[in-house]
Write a protein that binds this ligand. Structure first.
Ligand code: HEC
Length: 244
């Protein structure tokens, strides 16, 4: 009986536990690594055309996108394509106006309830911090996007799909990517793998937009410390040189 219970507990644990996502080679993971600007721009295109219909990105403003290599003018045009809820105006009503660079990217749903109602009860999580919020960050998001497999024989509810790397394997998101889903401006071929890599790179940037500056500062601090150590050493040698 005890053994049976242990077995049961173990199998349910196994079901909840998804395999560790394979490690990918991300340029931004290296100690002095940076984000590939073209990958960031392609990734934003994938987010905008595909993911943003369900997932918000609420901590990123249009102005932040300058880091992707967009010019002020491009950002202005981009922002103006969005309708932003503003107000209340003098008569107390909310109104919509074209976006400005200082606006944050608007969410696809008015609130979580509406988001759940549109997605079979599941909430598409905000993507601003998803890479930081999940164990295995970028590897996990990439693995989810490329991890939709034929269902071995897991019981799925309507609106659920089998995903190798989602905890429990039953995910309430239809495979969002398909070959050639977007047309990249730079001519890159939009395979599922390419789009998954690009959007993951973009989301990694979005969860730590200041990481490149931080790495650069870290490098400068190290250099400064090294120089100081050298100076102190030289001074010590001088001061003690007369003492035998
Ligand atoms: C049609 C709506 C829809 C679209 C489009 C969509 N998603 Fe999702 N996504 C969802 C929902 C709903 C969930 C929650 C699934 C669950 O909890 O079972 C989800 C979950 C996820 C998760 C897992 C989150 C977690 O909690 O661990 C990731 C990663 C993800 N989406 C990434 C993306 C990316 C990247 C795109 C664009 C390429 C995208 N999604 C497009 C609806 C969508």
């Amino acid at each position: 009986m005890k053994l049976l219970l242990i077995c049961l507990a173990f199998t349910s644990l196994m079901a909840e536990h998804a395999p560790t996502p394979p490690k990918q080679d991300w340029s931004f993971k290296k100690p002095n690594g940076t984000f590939d600007r073209s990958a960031l721009q392609r990734g934003f295109q994938v987010y905008k055309q595909v993911c943003s219909t369900c997932h918000s990105l609420k901590y990123i403003s249009f102005r932040h996108l300058k880091a992707l290599g967009l010019t002020e003018a491009e950002i202005k045009v981009l922002a103006s394509q969005y309708q932003i809820k503003d107000g209340p105006n003098d008569s107390g009503d909310m109104f919509e106006r074209p976006g400005r660079p200082s606006d944050y990217i608007p969410s696809p749903y008015a609130n979580d309830k509406q988001a759940r109602a549109a997605n079979n009860g599941a909430l598409p999580p905000d993507q601003s911090l998803i890479i930081k919020a999940r164990e295995h960050g970028a590897d996990y998001v990439y693995a989810i996007l490329t991890g939709f497999k034929e269902n071995p024989n897991l019981k799925l509810n309507p609106g659920q799909y089998y995903n190798e790397y989602f905890p429990g394997h039953a995910i309430s998101m239809a495979p969002p990517l398909s070959e050639g889903l977007v047309i990249y401006n730079d001519g890159t071929k939009a395979t599922i793998d390419q789009m998954a890599r690009d959007v993951t790179t973009f989301l990694a940037w979005a969860s730590e937009p200041e990481i490149e500056q931080r790495k650069r500062l870290g490098f400068k601090v190290l250099l400064y410390l090294l120089v100081m150590v050298g100076l102190f050493y030289a001074t010590m040698r001088r001061i003690w040189s007369g003492i035998k």
